[in-house]
Design a binder for this molecule. Structure first.
Ligand SMILES: Nc1nc2c(c(=O)[nH]1)N[C@H]1C(S)=C(S)[C@@H](COP(=O)(O)O)O[C@H]1N2
Ligand SMILES: [Mo]
Length: 325
């Protein structure tokens, strides 16, 4: 399927820089007389106002934009921020795509992340202390949802490997289990008792240590918006999007494979591995092509979402596993 022989992220970048997509928020704040407006006053994110307000109050705002790591670039345009920030999967706030306003109800400070299980020492860390201890950078990543839509997005954050070094898992740890907050008062989707809340995802230690596995704390050169999974979410761009767990409060190291959220709901349709493969259909639809958000035409889906050179070796000798569901 691949026509080009170069690695996908070595391809020349003929993209708008994220800067081109930015609207100068301070100018807008002034123009809108923002000081007089209350939070979440129904302002359109098309103009970045809710995001701008979040940034004004984020204790890590000074860290953005982070230096871009040029090893991670794209062969297609970035998806505009007003598109990606208004079309989201975040079932805690509803099982449809228009959750961005409701997600603003999530309090993201104070916020702590607990390190548990097979680690040298279990502990709980304040999110701002953690972010400041990590090497922040920006990477341009693809994202392929299992529902066959995709986006390309400038994430900021740090390699998950850096978090492993920080957490100090024991040699016996085989998996990393990551868990979203549980707060049905704020996230009414969590009142839907047929779902196994809280949202849980997991990786093997080897996957977690791969350079592509990225912990996201920002996007579009700013602290992460709540609908993207603030203040901390995962990005594993070679896997279907449901692996990218949002708003993480707990990271546990285990010897046994964690039962993940969607696998628990329907293991026949959403598995633990969930690596992107255009030739392995979802039981109810083809995965051969995808619809880029904001674009008009479908494009071919790539094996490992175009990241095979970086991750295929992780799965050598595992042909017996359901690697692509
Ligand atoms: N906690 C939590 N994390 C989640 C989800 C969710 O519903 N809850 N949805 C997943 C799915 S299916 C996708 S495609 C991405 C969507 O990320 P985005 O809204 O930032 O595009 O988040 C993933 N992480
Ligand atoms: Mo998804």
């Amino acid at each position: 399927m691949l026509i080009k022989r170069q690695r996908s992220f070595d391809l020349p970048e003929r993209l708008a820089t994220p800067e081109d997509l930015f609207i100068n928020r301070r100018t807008i704040l002034k123009a809108a007389g923002f000081g007089a407006l209350s939070a979440g006053a129904g302002l359109s994110t098309a103009f970045g106002l809710d995001r701008a307000q979040a940034e004004e109050t984020d204790p890590t705002a000074d860290l953005y934009p982070a230096r871009r790591n040029e090893a991670f670039t794209l062969d297609r345009p970035l998806t505009p921020e007003n598109v990606t920030s208004t079309y989201n999967n975040f079932y805690e706030f509803g099982s449809h795509k228009q959750i961005w306003k409701r997600a603003q109800n999530l309090p993201t400070r104070p916020w702590t992340v607990a390190f548990k299980g097979l680690v040298e020492k279990e502990r709980e860390v304040d999110i701002d202390t953690l972010i400041r201890a990590m090497p922040l950078e920006e990477r341009l990543y693809r994202h392929r949802c299992v529902e066959a839509w995709s986006m390309t997005i400038p994430w900021s954050g740090f390699p998950l490997k850096a978090l492993l070094d920080y957490a100090k898992p024991l040699g016996s740890a085989k998996y990393v289990k990551m868990q979203t907050f549980l707060n049905p008062k704020v996230a009414s989707g969590q009142k839907q008792s047929w779902y196994p809340w809280p949202y849980v995802e997991g990786l093997t230690i080897e996957e977690a240590a791969n350079d592509l596995a990225f912990m996201v704390t920002g996007a579009y050169g700013k602290p992460l918006a709540k609908q993207f999974g603030a203040p901390l979410r995962l990005a594993t761009p070679w896997k279907y999007g449901f692996k990218s767990v949002k708003s993480i409060v707990q990271i546990e190291f285990t010897e046994t494979r964690p039962a993940t959220f969607w696998e628990t709901v329907n293991a026949g349709e959403y598995g633990f591995w969930a690596n992107v493969n255009p030739e392995v259909s979802h039981p109810r639809w083809s995965q051969a092509t995808e619809k880029p958000l904001g674009g008009s035409e479908r494009v071919p889906t790539l094996l490992y979402n175009g990241y095979g050179e970086q991750v295929a070796s992780l799965y050598a000798g595992m042909e017996g596993e359901k690697l692509f569901i």
